[in-house]
Design a protein around this ligand. Structure first.
Ligand SMILES: Cc1ncc(COP(=O)(O)O)c(C=O)c1O
Length: 428
């Protein structure tokens, strides 16, 4: 079924884009450098499929990196956004839809009694940390190696090996002072948690998906909850990926551990720019203008984004989550089988709505282990899939995002392509 596709128009656009946009893109992973090819420019999407500017069709497993849990251009979302746009795109004043959305969200996440909307997950993270520092009167934030919380200066710290590392900036332009209060420890390693009591926050992706999907060991989140309670730090769950995806109530609902603050994004915007942070009432009431912790945004709670959000969440009942879990398992199981048939060492890790096939012969429990996966094999696999009309995340350290639009036929097409792609990987 191999049909290596012409991508002439994408190549032309990429040549122009590189003159105008750094690296030709507006966010780095889109450039596909990690899989050693040029980016594909997308013209349109419908359901589980996207079409590029050369009219090639793909089964899309990126789903805009998570927001499109309903698939592309879902009629309910398109209609809600069009209606909202016709009424006015932005007012800089409160609207009814913001109250409806807050009600929908707090009804799903028990620890989110109040919230503040933002336009991106990065902003939400930055603001949640400010609130945690204000509440505790402390500065240090603990995070985990391989976790990503947006491009907040203080969180761009290098992963340490084994033991805790005091923050070292991972990007030029990040002042050492910005990361000096960041402590980075390995994921799933309770013995490396600091014993001090000077943390403002323990910041955690409850099911990390930015080093690939690496779920917590049994009771690791409970340990973090207990550690936060002992030390007086706030436990912050970054549910930008997991929120409203792995379950109705996000990872906190799925795993039954409640944080103090939650960062949300992706699914809640339904493909439009919306994110939020929220938590217990007495904490959130410190946010201005109820309280003294400053936070603001011209487009926060934007009418188009809130309309998309409400329309998206209203499609997400228990039956939808059951279906998403089934789709995820069928894909994960199929990839496992196809790799085994081809004699390729693959460990597929998944939770409902998230999958990562690691080119590794053993389970991955932390970033150091993820980094040991065969990145060249993933790159060859991803390139071979693209040549066969399947669009996977162009990096080993990402999750595949099944949506409610993916069908059995999409999975079969993906697995047919995967069988051939694994064959190419095995023959390298
Ligand atoms: C877990 C997590 N937190 C925060 C962010 C940042 O969100 P945004 O890209 O909307 O700024 C991301 C983005 O991928 C993420 O995966």
């Amino acid at each position: 079924m191999s049909d290596v596709r012409a991508t002439t128009r994408s190549q032309e656009l990429y040549a122009d884009a590189r003159e105008l946009l750094p690296g030709g893109v507006n966010s780095p992973v889109r450039a596909m450098k990690a899989i050693g090819r040029e980016p594909i420019f997308i013209a349109r999407g419908a359901g589980s499929r996207v079409w590029d500017v050369d009219r090639n069709e793909y089964v899309d497993w990126v789903s805009s990196w998570g927001p499109l849990i309903l698939g592309h251009a879902h009629p309910a979302v398109v209609e809600a956004v069009a209606e909202a746009a016709a009424r006015g795109t932005s007012f800089g004043a409160p609207t009814e839809a913001e109250v409806q959305l807050a009600l929908e969200m707090s009804g799903r996440m028990p620890s989110v009694e109040m919230m503040r909307m933002t336009s991106s997950g990065t902003e939400a993270t930055m603001s949640a940390i400010r609130l945690a520092r204000a509440v505790t009167g402390r500065e240090k934030v603990l995070k985990f190696a391989g976790a990503y919380h947006g491009h907040v200066d203080g969180l761009l710290t290098e992963a340490g090996s084994g033991l805790a590392t005091q923050g070292i900036p991972a990007s030029p332009g990040v002042p050492a002072a910005a990361t000096a209060a960041t402590v980075t420890v390995p994921w799933n390693a309770p013995e490396t948690l600091p014993s001090s009591s000077d943390l403002a926050a323990i910041l955690v992706e409850p099911i990390p998906a930015n080093m690939g999907v690496v779920p917590p060991h049994d009771r690791f989140l409970e340990t973090l909850r207990a550690e936060a309670d002992r030390s007086g730090a706030l436990l912050i769950f970054d549910e930008v990926i997991t929120g409203f995806r792995v379950a109705r109530g996000g990872a906190q609902g799925h795993l039954n551990v409640l944080p103090d603050l939650t960062i949300m994004g992706k699914v809640i915007g339904g493909g439009l720019p919306a994110a939020a942070f929220g938590g217990w009432r007495e904490l959130m009431e410190r946010i201005a203008p109820a309280g003294d912790v400053y936070q603001a945004g011209t487009l926060s709670g934007n009418p188009l984004a809130t309309a998309a959000a409400v329309a998206t969440l209203r499609q997400l009942g228990d039956a939808a989550y059951g279906r998403l879990a089934e789709t995820t398992e069928t894909l994960a199981g199929g990839l496992r089988e196809a790799a085994a048939e081809a004699g390729v060492a693959l460990t597929v890790q998944s939770v409902p709505g998230l999958v990562t096939p690691f080119f590794s012969d053993r389970p991955v429990w932390n970033y150091a282990q993820a980094a040991k996966a065969d990145l060249q094999a993933y790159a060859a696999f991803a390139r071979a899939l693209l040549d066969r009309g399947v669009y996977p995340p162009p990096s080993q350290f990402e999750a595949w995002f099944p949506s409610l639009a993916h069908t059995q036929e999409d999975i079969e097409h993906t697995l047919d392509a995967a069988r051939e792609a694994f064959g190419e990987v095995a023959d390298r």
